[in-house]
Structure formats: C-alpha cells, structure tokens
Design a protein. Structure first.
Length: 465
C-alpha cells in the first residue's frame, strides 16, 4: 500500500505528457474499458451466460438472501435496454451487490457469473457506471478494490483477466492512490510470462490503462522481474502489428519517467531491439511509437542514451526514414529532431564515450578505438573508473556472449588494458576473473578468438607484476 510520502516521491519524477502526443497516442480513459478486449473474453462470456446457476440453492445454503437472488434474476437474462432502465434507477444498489458477491462467493462458476453481470452493467456506460462502484463503497475502506484483488488469487484465467480489467478501470477512474498497486503488478508480472498469447495480450492492455497514471510507472519499474517480463514480451515479437504496438505503447508511457529513460537501455539493451522492430514494421503507427520512444530517451536522459544510439547506428536509420514519405507530420518532426540530436552529439561525443557505450551495451565491433595504440595509451586507466565498471563488463562479456567476434574483441581490449594501464593491471585482471577465462579461450573453436586470447595472454605474462 502506498503512503503519501511514497506518492510525493514518485510524482516528483513525473513529467507532464506533451498534449500534442496525447491527442493521438493516448486513448482517453473513458474508452479504456472497451479498448481492453480480446476474442477470448467475448467467447468466454458467451459460454458463461449459457450456463445456468442454482441461485436458489445458494439462498437455501445461506450464501445469498432472497433479495439478492431477486436482484440477480432481475438482470441475469435482461436485454441491454432493460439493463439500462434498471441501472438508471437502481445502479448504486447493484454496484454494492456485486461488490458483496465478489467477496462472499467462492465457487469459480459463481464468481465468473458475477464478473459477467458487471460486464453487462458497464458495457457502453463505463464512465457513469464505474462511478457507482466508488459511490457504493463509501464507508467501507476495503471497497471497491479488495473484492477484485481477492479474485486475482483464484486459479482461473477468465476470472484473472476480467477482474484485472475491472480493477484497472476502478483505479483509473479515481484520484484515490491508497491502492495495492504493488500486489497487482506482482500478479501481472507472472501473467506476462504466460505461454498463452491472449493472457499476455490482455495484461499488456491492462498495463497501458494503469500507465496513464504517472505515479504507477515507477512502481512497475521497481517491481521485481516486472520489466524483465515486459521486455521479454517485446523481444518475442508478434506477427500482429497491433500487439506489437500495444507493448511499445507501454514502453513509451514508461519512458516519460526520467529515471526509467536513464536506465532502461543500460539494463535491457532496448535500443537495438527497438531498431529491429522499426526496420521490419509494415504499419506506420509501429514506426511512429518506436520513434516516439527514442525521442523520450533523448529528451529525458541524453547522457545515458545518445552514445548507445550512435553505437547502434540509429543515425543511419533515421536518415533513411527521413527520405520516406509519411502521412503523419508529428512523425516527420520527431525523425528530424532525433537526426539533429544525433548529428550534433556525434561531433561532441569523445571517442572514449562511444567506446564506453559499446562496452556497456555489449555491442563490440572492430571500430577504430579498439585498434588504436594511441587510444589505449590515453584511455586504459579509464577502465578502472567507477569501481572498474568497464573492466568488469569486458570480463563479463567473456562469460556471457556467444558471439565469436565479441569474444575476440573483448580479449583484445583486455590485453591492451593490461599492456597500457599505469599500475596493477595483472592483479585487476585476475580480480575480475578475466585472466583464467582468456586462457581458456585459447582453445576456442574460432580462430580469431584463439588468436586474440593468445595475444592477450602473452601481454599479461610480459608485464611486470
């Protein structure tokens, strides 16, 4: 549960969304409920409606009162027009009834039916009728959120996604922030790992609803494994442009937070992934949202992202995009902005900054700095900065990369480091675990890796301890 101090801390990092972007890219909250949709939900709802439930037996067992059964039966098979008339007169009473039923009923089929009754109540009237649930909750601190949180613990896919959908609408329709959003995000983290595409798709849509509230973006970012799960969905890709767009839309909303913009590429290497998505995109809106993410990363954290973008050769890509005809003026302007920023910073970034970005992202190539003796004479000591951050990353690449070219370059660079660093080079190489790994790579199947590992080993033993 969030405290007022938590909220103030989070919102201090919030950047107001650009209104021009909002106009086209963010759906209004009034349409959020209907936007969260999937054929799986529609088919499930129809099947649930076709199954009769023994409400009278629930009454006889003391689970329901006679009045509650009468209210349920009054709307259960009613037409949309009849439901409108009933809700216009008794809507707040039905909202209260449904909240009570979500708490008191435990049978899966009964909870499913209540969720469908709520669906029928809200359908086409989300704004006015979701407010009835808030109104019916006055005086009860556990309402309206707890009943739907409770439903998330039921091991049923339909109940999970439908309760999550309604919970998101409740959260997005109030200024109240004492919501167990952390619990919801923990639950959604596991849903994003589902092997069933419709579960993942619906949860991404729910996230896009919740991310309209800036305070919740950083909470998701800080939720254990949440970003890993979302980025995994992005990397898996989809043949459906709309699904790709929805995942990108979530990342775009997150990128408005400067903290996230500053760290998302370093932690998840998203810039190359986004470029690949944009290069293969057939829909303009997929390219547009990708470019919008790049723009946010530059505007909110230029020092953290510009060098990585240059290493990934984003400049060439946006130069290519600038030659194409686009129907969207905002996309044209964003492409021009990114191109200008990259061109200007290409001139101002030092050679070492570009090299450091290569190492940090693991995208090592035989660019000029690697093969320049002057570069290493001037910069070898910088690998020790920030608690040997770059040296540790080079050593890490030896253990995690499967690319022979990256292994070869990392061996080469570590050899140059031990040759030119001012002191303790051999000891530091041992300390980060690089010495042993380099020696092991002397028997690698790739000839270039073997050569660079051997050369680095020779440089190591040539240096005086």
């Amino acid at each position: 549960m969030l405290s007022s101090q938590d909220i103030s801390t989070i919102t201090a990092d919030t950047t107001t969304l650009d209104e021009a972007c909002q106009h086209d890219l963010i759906e209004t909250l009034s349409s959020t409920y209907s936007v969260i949709s999937h054929s799986y939900l529609e088919e499930s709802i129809q099947l649930i409606k076709e199954t009769a439930l023994p409400w009278q037996e629930y009454q006889q067992s003391g689970l329901l009162t006679a009045d509650e059964v009468a209210m349920i039966q009054h709307v259960e098979n009613a037409s949309p027009e009849e439901i409108d008339l009933i809700m216009n007169e008794h809507g707040v009473h039905y909202a209260g009834l449904y909240l009570d039923l979500m708490v008191n009923l435990a049978r899966v089929d009964a909870v499913k039916r209540v969720l469908v009754l709520i669906q029928d109540m809200l359908d086409g009237h989300e704004d006015e009728r979701i407010a009835l649930f808030h109104q019916a909750s006055q005086g009860n601190p556990n309402y309206p959120f707890t009943p739907f949180h409770k439903a998330l613990s039921i091991n049923d896919e339909f109940i999970g996604v439908q309760a999550g959908k309604i919970l998101a609408l409740l959260i997005c329709s109030t200024d109240q922030r004492d919501v167990d959003i952390e619990g919801l995000f923990r639950w959604m983290t596991f849903q994003l790992q589902s092997t069933k595409p419709y579960v993942v798709d619906l949860n991404v849509q729910i996230l896009n609803c919740l991310f309209h509230i800036p305070a919740y973006r950083l909470i998701f970012w800080r939720t254990l494994h949440a970003m890993d799960s979302l980025i995994s969905v992005l990397r898996r890709g989809s043949s459906d442009p709309q699904k790709t767009y929805q995942v990108l839309f979530a990342l775009w909303l997150l990128s408005f937070q400067s903290t996230i913009a500053a760290h998302v590429n370093k932690k998840y290497d998203v810039i190359p992934t986004l470029m690949e998505i944009a290069k293969s995109a057939v829909k303009e809106k997929v390219i547009r949202i990708t470019i919008a993410i790049f723009k946010n990363l530059i505007e909110r954290a230029p020092k953290n992202n510009l060098a990585a973008m240059l290493v990934a050769d984003l400049l060439s890509f946006v130069q290519h995009l600038s030659t194409r005809k686009w129907s969207d003026q905002e996309l044209i302007e964003d492409i021009a902005y990114i191109q200008q920023e990259l061109q200007e910073n290409f001139q101002s970034l030092t050679t070492f900054e570009v090299y450091a970005s290569e190492v940090e992202t693991g995208k090592l190539e035989w660019s000029p700095p690697h093969q320049s003796e002057t570069f290493w004479k001037q910069n070898a000591d910088k690998l020790n900065d920030h608690d040997h951050q770059l040296l540790k990353q080079l050593a890490r690449l030896l253990n995690v990369t499967l690319q022979s070219s990256v292994l070869a370059i990392a061996c080469h660079d570590l050899g140059q480091y031990v040759k030119y660093v001012s002191k303790d080079g051999k000891r530091q190489l041992e300390k980060v675990g690089a010495k042993q790994k380099i020696m092991e790579l002397m028997t690698h199947q790739d000839q270039q890796v073997r050569y660079q590992a051997l050369t680095a080993t020779q440089k190591y033993f040539a240096m005086v301890s």
